[in-house]
Ligand binder design. Structure first.
Ligand SMILES: Cc1cc2nc3c(=O)[nH]c(=O)nc-3n(C[C@H](O)[C@H](O)[C@H](O)COP(=O)(O)OP(=O)(O)OC[C@H]3O[C@@H](n4cnc5c(N)ncnc54)[C@H](O)[C@@H]3O)c2cc1C
Length: 449
């Protein structure tokens, strides 16, 4: 039996459905280089992704096999030369990937080649419907379908025939932030195991503190498939339900994008469409460069610029500040994140941005506006995170950090607030009230944060 395994986001040998039973016949691993992805993705993600692809190439060669890297335009010729009995690839929820997969399935059907669509980047099957809330999704779908499964055996050797097909080199992209994340599959495993033994049991209480090592930092490796989600679920199952829920959020947003591809650039909730978001380039730029004068926001945005990654708590705070306090279009923030995150994932990014802006699934009600000062007091009480990423505030005391009016005076290198949380909040509520109608007034509670 000759199998072609198309690698996309599953760049590993361990627990990989593409490699199930690979030792029993000939296996032809292939990566089709798609120009669309080159244009669409930011350099940080591309750098890590191609690094992971090179690692995979080496691991496959160590097993005696060979990875073919073929331009997508040569796909048909590749199949004509490879003449497989079966083609395997994994499902993908992104709109462009689904179009690509439809074309691939048509091509294979035309050529009479059998194919199997496998699941790897999702834990649960895509439901027929979307659930209105995460809680319902978790109880009625995720927990019903997901159970720890035994790992898929890792092949010890691979037999790949030599084929005369056009190949291209793996693109060479390097960025400083991405370099911080480069790792082999083995090193990713070691980092994961360290997290499981030292942090996972306390994940529920540590996961919101950006200054400490309280989260797994696995998202970039999940994005490239350097670690198996099934393995993570299996090893977290008995230890932390909270962690399992975070993995479920990932499925929730992926399923949502599958059923609502329009949300890539449109609000999920129709009542939000046409909301008068602002498009102020200067203010956006100050947000993007971490120069808003709001310490926790700037710390988060600067972490993104230097590491290509940001802690989830600060992702929520900076997204709320951009959309609610500055009233700037969530699409601008989504794009900035997408181009800079080393874990950039369309479904997760769009879903979370819409959640923070109030216009997405299970979203924060529009009147719930994070106060970045209170968030800092609660989740970065010693300001360690702020001081790490905002050196101008190295010597600021907790009291000074909470006094925005005077912070700039005490530390002139640090900018004055672009818009104070209170001012921004009032403006947002006024605009929202006007947009949604007078009836919402009585629903407005006091600031919840
Ligand atoms: C505005 C905004 C944009 C985001 N954009 C992305 C993105 O492009 N790519 C991305 O992978 N995540 C995104 N997230 C979700 C989340 O912030 C990251 O997945 C998480 O911070 C990654 O760190 P970790 O691996 O240490 O997470 P852990 O806390 O260790 O969680 C383990 C895994 O659970 C999943 N997970 C955790 N939180 C979420 C969440 N809120 N939504 C979906 N899945 C989650 C991730 O796969 C994560 O790796 C975004 C969140 C916000 C608020």
């Amino acid at each position: 039996m000759r199998i072609v395994a198309i690698f996309r986001r599953e760049l590993r040998l361990t627990d990989n459905p593409l490699l199930e039973g690979a030792e029993q016949g000939e296996l032809i691993p292939v990566f089709f280089l798609d120009e669309y992805n080159q244009q669409e993705h930011g350099d940080n993600l591309r750098a890590l992704f191609f690094h992971a692809l090179r690692q995979l190439q080496q691991s496959i060669e160590t097993c005696g096999g060979r990875l073919y890297v073929v331009p997508l335009e040569e796909q048909e010729r590749f199949f004509d030369v490879a003449r497989p009995d079966e083609v395997r690839f994994c499902e993908d929820v992104e709109p462009h990937s689904r179009e690509r997969d439809d074309e691939l399935m048509n091509l294979l059907a035309r050529k009479g080649i059998r194919y199997r669509v496998l699941r790897d980047s999702l834990l649960s099957p895509i439901p027929e419907i979307t659930y209105p809330s995460f809680t319902q999704f978790y109880k009625k779908h995720f927990i019903q379908h997901v159970q720890p499964e035994p790992p898929i055996a890792t092949p010890a050797y691979l037999r790949t025939p030599l084929l005369d097909v056009p190949t291209v080199p793996i693109p060479a992209v390097d960025t400083e932030p991405a370099c911080l994340w480069y790792a082999t599959e083995e090193q990713v495993q070691q980092r994961w195991q360290r997290f499981v033994t030292t942090t996972l049991p306390r994940y529920g209480s540590l996961r919101n503190l950006p200054a400490v090592q309280g989260v797994s930092r696995m998202s970039p490796y999940i994005r490239c498939g350097m670690i198996s989600l099934r393995q993570m679920l299996r090893e977290a199952w008995e230890v932390s339900e909270q962690f399992v829920k975070e993995l479920a959020w990932r499925d929730f947003y992926s399923h949502l994008l599958y059923h609502h591809p329009e949300t890539v650039n449109m609000e999920l909730r129709p009542e939000w469409r046409g909301f008068p978001w602002r498009h102020d380039e200067q203010q956006f730029d100050r947000w993007a460069q971490g120069q808003t004068g709001i310490p926790l926001v700037d710390a988060g945005m600067r972490q993104l610029l230097c590491e290509g990654w940001m802690h989830n708590r600060t992702r929520m705070v900076v997204a709320s500040y951009l959309t609610k306090n500055l009233l700037i279009d969530w699409r601008w923030g989504e794009r900035w994140f997408y181009l800079h995150l080393v874990d950039a994932d369309l479904a997760q990014n769009v879903g979370n941005w819409q959640w923070a802006a109030g216009c997405g699934a299970d979203a924060l009600p529009y009147f719930r506006i994070f106060n970045p000062l209170l968030q800092a007091q609660k989740f970065d009480p010693n300001a360690d995170y702020i001081r790490r990423y905002v050196p101008e505030l190295q010597h600021a005391t907790a009291e000074q950090l909470g006094d925005l009016q005077n912070l700039h005076r005490a530390f002139p290198d640090y900018p004055p607030p672009l818009v104070s949380p209170e001012e921004g909040r009032k403006r947002f509520l006024q605009v929202a009230q006007q947009f949604f109608g007078e009836g919402v007034q009585e629903k407005l509670p006091l600031d919840r944060e």
